[in-house]
Structure formats: structure tokens, C-alpha cells
Write a protein that binds this ligand. Sequence first.
Ligand SMILES: [Zn+2]
Length: 224
Amino acid sequence: MASVPVPRLTPPARTMLRDTVYESIRQMLMDHVLEPGARLSIDGLARELRVSPTPVREAMTKLESDGLVAKRPHAGYVVAPLMDQVSLDNLVEIRLLLEPAAARRAAGNATEAQITEMRALVETMTAYPAGENYEHYRDFAVQDARLHRLIAEASGNPLIADALTRLHAHTHSYRRYFTVGIAAETTREHDQIVSSIAAHNADAAEAAMIRHITASRDRQREAY
Ligand SMILES: [Zn+2]
């Protein structure tokens, strides 16, 4: 059958601008260039980024759902405070309820395609270049979140994946804390989880996920 070339769609300039503005502000928030608690002026940010206020306003809505900015009555947007130790511990507690169960279920339910994608992600994360600001670790953080989301999806219970997404756990912990050198340890832990899922070993997958989440909590505590 002759194939008809599909015309490539280029995104409209407006969408690109909106995404660029969102990424720029997100980077300033992750790197604490915009300090936790600070008031954000939409007009000021627009001037600084040399854009109109509209894409900045759109970015704020998205950043609010990411948990990075908050809307205050009469004050507009402020930079969300960093999570303190108690909040981070609460986050870990919820993750320990959701994710080991998800890994256990994924060992029974994951498709070959999902397992291939999990393996590819673990592989990509080993080739991670070291760096201390968000621009350098952004890809690692995004891939980490994607792997956990994929495992939750492979559980077969979409509510687990939704609940995990809404926690924005990776955004909060990477914003609070990132140290060069965690990549190798994290990758080893991820490899154990994914290998257990691939081997359809539910007990091992659950145990490996518990080890990974508690180990990353302990690494985070050491940084305090
Ligand atoms: Zn992880």
C-alpha cells in the first residue's frame, strides 16, 4: 500500500511562547532565583521575560497546579514555600502506601511494552551528566517522575496513577534537595524494581520499591 506523506504540524507560535515562558519561570522557581514566599508580579515577570502578561498568567495557572506557586487573596501569586521536613515525611508516608502496592500489582499486570519503556528509562538515567542547578538535573527529575508514573499505570488501577500525579512528589523533593552523586544509587534501586516487575516477582517488586522510597528519604534527611 502506498503511503501518503503526513504533513508535519508545527505548533503555533503562541503555544511555543507559552511553554517557553512556563519553563523559564519553572526553572527560576526550582533554582530558588524566585525565593520561597516571595510575591510574584505578573507585569514584572512579563517585563523581565520581554513578553506580554498573557503567557505569564497562563504559566501561573499551570505552576499553581504543579504546587510551585500559590494564589493568595488580595496578594496575587506568591512562590510556594519549600516543604519542611514534616511535609516531606508526610509525602513519603503516602508514597509508601501507594507505590509498593503499585509495584506489586505491576509485577502481575505490566505489559511487555510497559516493561520495555521502564527499562529504557532506567537506561537513559544512567547516562545522566552531573550538575547542580535545575537545568542540569531537570531531565533526570522528569525521567524519575515518569518511571514512577509508568509503574503506577502498569498497576492496572488508574486511580493510583492519578493520586501519585497529584502529589507532585518529585517536584517537591527535587526543589528542596538535589545532590550530585545520587544518580548512581537511584539507578541501582530503579533497576531492582524494574527487574523484579519484568520477572513478575510481586514480593520482590514491592520490597524494592519500599527500599527505594525509604533510601531516597534517608538521602534527603542527610542533606538537612
Ligand atoms: Zn525513583
